[in-house]
Design a protein around this ligand. Structure first.
Ligand code: ASP
Length: 314
């Protein structure tokens, strides 16, 4: 089977770079990182990397993870500020430490130590979105500055309710190279206007990301809290391991989410999964009717955008 890349719709920004690497005989790991890096650097997308929507106090905080299906090696970073390419830092965590996940200041120190260059991630557009949001009903900036932690007791639960329909977004790719290695990579600025330090599923292996060459790979976008509670990416792989087809495995993992009680889960695209089986067949599903994903093989001149299977949570 030719090399193949599948990912969330915004992965169109980086998919060709991954395909070019595969065509040149490169491996799935390099291809996945190259694709995600381009999306992180793109200002077209404000759910990932530079230009990402900031947290409650106006800081862009990034999460990313990567997993290698050959040996289940994994790396992740969470709540990283000032470093534009968390996917590269996640890969470094995987490559040179005995750990899987580093967060916050420790992750930033690690990035600095390994020569990653800090940068301003908050663009004027994202700052403006944040400013408007704060003015339209969030706690005032003065209140945030004076009384950051007290806010939790009073405002945040209501505020989270108000924000649960807000944009959030993420990017992910699953890459399979000629040798059959499958790598899954995810990057995000998380839930827009999130509580500082809030982590979603994207940096959590098993929740937003899982790869195992023997069975396939899966990655999620959507309400990370739900994917964490159901270990959604891992569930897809487990269902395949126990004999389900790719499509059935994804469907079953989506249906698991309907057992979760979640007062905030009213958005239509609560969950989206992209998945690949060990042979490089791909599929994707969403709780939204119109969500899409992208796919390209090394035989194809351009990516194809396809509609995800609609799986409403009943
Ligand atoms: N899953 C991401 C998170 O919860 C956000 C998203 O994919 O929309 O941080």
């Amino acid at each position: 089977m030719a090399g193949v890349v599948v990912g969330s719709s915004n992965a169109r920004i980086g998919i060709q770079a991954a395909i070019d690497i595969l065509r040149d005989g490169g491996n799935a790991l390099d291809a996945a990182v190259a694709a995600i890096k381009l999306i992180e650097d793109s200002l077209e997308d404000n759910s990932v990397g530079t230009g990402g929507i900031p947290n409650l106090i106006g800081q862009v905080e990034l999460d990313a993870s990567i997993m290698h299906g050959k040996n289940l090696a994994s790396g992740a970073v969470g709540a990283v500020k000032q470093y534009p390419n968390p996917i590269e830092i996640a890969r470094k965590v995987m490559d040179v430490t005995p750990h899987v996940m580093l967060a916050g200041e420790g992750a930033e120190l690690f990035a600095k130590h390994h020569g990653f260059k800090p940068a301003e991630l908050l663009t004027d557009d994202a700052r403006e979105m944040w400013r408007k949001r704060i003015e339209e009903g969030g706690p005032s900036q003065q209140r945030i500055e004076e009384d950051r932690y007290e806010l939790f007791n009073q405002a945040v639960a209501d505020w989270a309710k108000m924000l649960h329909k807000e944009i959030y977004g993420t990017t992910n790719v699953i890459v399979r190279d000629d040798s059959g290695d499958i790598v899954t990579a995810v990057s995000t600025s998380g839930w827009g206007f999130k509580w500082p330090g809030r982590l979603g599923d994207s940096p959590i292996i098993g929740a937003g990301n899982y790869a195992d060459n023997r069975f396939g790979g899966a990655a999620c976008t959507g309400r990370g809290e739900m994917a964490i509670r159901s270990a959604t990416a891992h569930s897809v792989i487990m269902y395949m391991r126990h004999g389900k087809s790719l499509g059935d495995a994804v469907h079953e993992a989506m249906q698991d989410l309907s057992h979760l009680q979640d007062p905030y889960a009213e958005r239509s695209n609560t969950m989206n999964i992209v998945a690949m089986d060990r042979n490089g067949n791909v599929t994707a599903a969403s709780t939204s009717e119109s969500a899409t994903y992208v796919v390209q093989t090394t035989d194809m001149d351009a990516y194809e955008e396809r509609t995800r299977t609609h799986v409403p949570l009943t």
